[in-house]
Design a protein around this ligand. Sequence first.
Ligand SMILES: [Mn+2]
Length: 322
Amino acid sequence: MSLNRSADCIKRNKIFLLTTHTSPEGDALGSQLAFYRLLEKLGKQAMMINEDPCPSGYEFLPGVQKIKKFSRKAEDIRFDCLVTLDCADLKRTGEVHRLNTQAKPVLNIDHHISNQGFGDINWIEPSASSCAEMVYLLYKKLKIPLDKESAICLYAGILTDTGSFHYSNTSALTHKIVSHLLGFGLDIPRIYKYIYENVPYQEMKLLADILPGMRSCAQGRIIWFQIKHNLLRGRRLAFDLSENILNFGRAVKGVDVVALFKENLGVKDEIRVSLRSHGRVDVNKIASFFGGGGHKNASGTTIRGKIDPVRNRVLRKIKEAL
Ligand SMILES: [Mn+2]
């Protein structure tokens, strides 16, 4: 299995560039930082470069200040292997994959079912709750002892990707791993508070402004929201606004699919679509139809066009799948 090949790849190479997806969240940053520590413990050289900065809710993660922001100047950096974590395709890294000017081997470690295996070495585990769970297995495989710092990073990844252990991706193995991580004396209430209960007042007001726009269709089986770009006005948010809106929709009685349509800030006529399902509808299939992907119960895509026609096309597709 590809865990072995990933372990071999790590042993074989000396200098690594680690990256993850744009708009990074707990699993992206947690698995990247834990992987970085694993390399450090093996005496390897590594650097971390991401397209987007770390949201302030994750600034407590140990080592996060070592992550550099992508810049074209980095184009002459040298490495033996590019590692992508939690990225369903290479585009999800933003511009960072362009740093691989010498076409060095790509190690692709991910748990998205839509991942087509763009790497030279691919370890794709759709049954894993999170990429962090996979990085934990690498620690085991390479017999690298965990420490409190790596445990915090892995815990943050698993916590966020399982919706605090209530999504269907939460397995017995997930809890077994978490049980081991808790042995390092993690301050659970503090971690939870940093990630989920740390919303600046003005940002919570923003959420409160969007919620009245909630709409339902298909006899309440679809709930949808939209965010027009003038609402955000280029603000960098400290919390995951989209995730909070989607969670709100998930809680509605009788809902099968929640959809969020967000006008992208940087690019005109580009809509980011996020989908969540309670399990009856495979939203990875719907996102894949529109060129995106993800998981069966959580997926997303970016579609060119104006928000109204894009929304109508996607809602029609969801209705077909109900
Ligand atoms: Mn993930």
